[in-house]
Design a protein around this ligand. Structure first.
Ligand SMILES: NC(=O)c1ccc[n+]([C@@H]2O[C@H](COP(=O)([O-])OP(=O)(O)OC[C@H]3O[C@@H](n4cnc5c(N)ncnc54)[C@H](O)[C@@H]3O)[C@@H](O)[C@H]2O)c1
Length: 277
């Protein structure tokens, strides 16, 4: 591997990861649109794809955040920030068209944007339920609706970011749990309907990942430090995940190395659910 000598020096692990990523999954000429890319997991996914050689479109309601991330993205491809709401059909249609015009293709969509509003069926406002479903589920439907026609002919890949909440429910998270389970169903349906177009569709189910959303949840608890100690105990990996852990999984599912994988999901949780948590 050329350049691996200097890349393996201490402090150069990011360079090494970039060299390895580019060699394992060459994404030159590929264009990936990632939703919710202004921070957290979406940002990690966008950076991972860019380092693998892809051009990336960063779609987020936080347009300024998306622009800032695009400005920091390094890699052989180009980065484009788009402000929009995944729940708004006009925004999604316009974004798909803009990316196609700008880069000449749209090969990969990662439906990552998501929100978590707690509550059970009795105490949750129906307007909160509707908004959560619109972002977490309708958004993925809309991006499939407008990206798949652009992928037809040469194929493509969609990766939906679900959650371990698709299989394991936690108290006071009814809408979130339902939306993430729904995303697995949508993943299967899209894979079935659009395999003939050469479009593969898979989901990732992350566990605890260190992001602003995770910190928001943690900070709302009475004893965040103690909670984190408990959380670490049920992770055989000995740590919680990083946005890059999810980025690498998404890269694999979107790559040709996964050409026979569609309609399924990959759990990325450091072994947490293996122990029943
Ligand atoms: N962090 C975790 O532990 C974890 C675990 C499992 C699954 N997930 C899922 O991963 C995804 C990303 O989570 P995160 O922790 O990075 O969240 P985050 O809150 O840190 O970031 C979410 C991003 O999505 C954007 N966004 C929100 N609503 C949007 C909308 N309507 N349209 C466009 N962009 C919008 C936000 O502006 C933000 O940049 C979510 O779908 C979440 O459910 C997270």
């Amino acid at each position: 591997m050329s350049g691996s000598g200097s890349a393996s020096q201490p402090g150069n692990s990011r360079t090494l990861s970039r060299v390895v990523t580019m060699e394992m999954f060459p994404f030159n000429q590929k264009v990936a649109l990632i939703t919710g890319a202004a921070q957290g997991i979406g940002r990690g996914i966008a950076e991972t794809f860019a380092e693998a050689g892809a051009s990336v479109a960063l779609f987020d309601v936080n347009g300024e955040g998306a622009r800032e991330v695009a400005g920091h993205i390094s890699g052989p491809g180009k980065a484009l920030a788009i402000r929009g709401d995944v729940a708004r059909e006009d925004d999604v249609r316009a974004a798909c068209e803009q990316v196609f015009r700008h880069f000449g293709s749209l090969d990969i969509v990662v439906n990552n944007a998501g929100i978590e509003t707690g509550g059970n069926a009795v105490n949750m406002a129906s307007s909160d339920w509707d908004r959560l479903m619109a972002v977490n589920l309708r958004g993925a439907f809309l991006f499939a609706k407008y990206s798949i026609p652009l992928m037809r002919g040469k194929g493509g890949a969609i990766v939906n970011i679900s959650s371990v909440h698709a299989f394991v429910s936690y108290p006071d998270d009814a809408a979130y749990d339902a939306s993430k389970a729904g995303l697995i169903g949508l993943t299967r349906a899209l894979a079935l309907d659009h395999g003939k177009d050469g479009v593969r569709v898979n989901a990732i189910c992350p566990g605890y990942i260190e992001t602003p959303l995770h910190h928001k949840w943690l900070d709302a608890l009475p004893n965040p430090e103690e909670t984190m100690k408990e959380v670490l105990k049920f992770h055989p990996a000995g740590r919680i995940g990083t946005p890059r852990d999810v980025g690498q999984a998404a890269l694999f599912l979107a790559s040709d190395a996964a050409s026979f994988i569609t309609g399924t999901y990959l759990v990325v949780d450091g072994g947490m659910t293996a122990g029943g948590h």
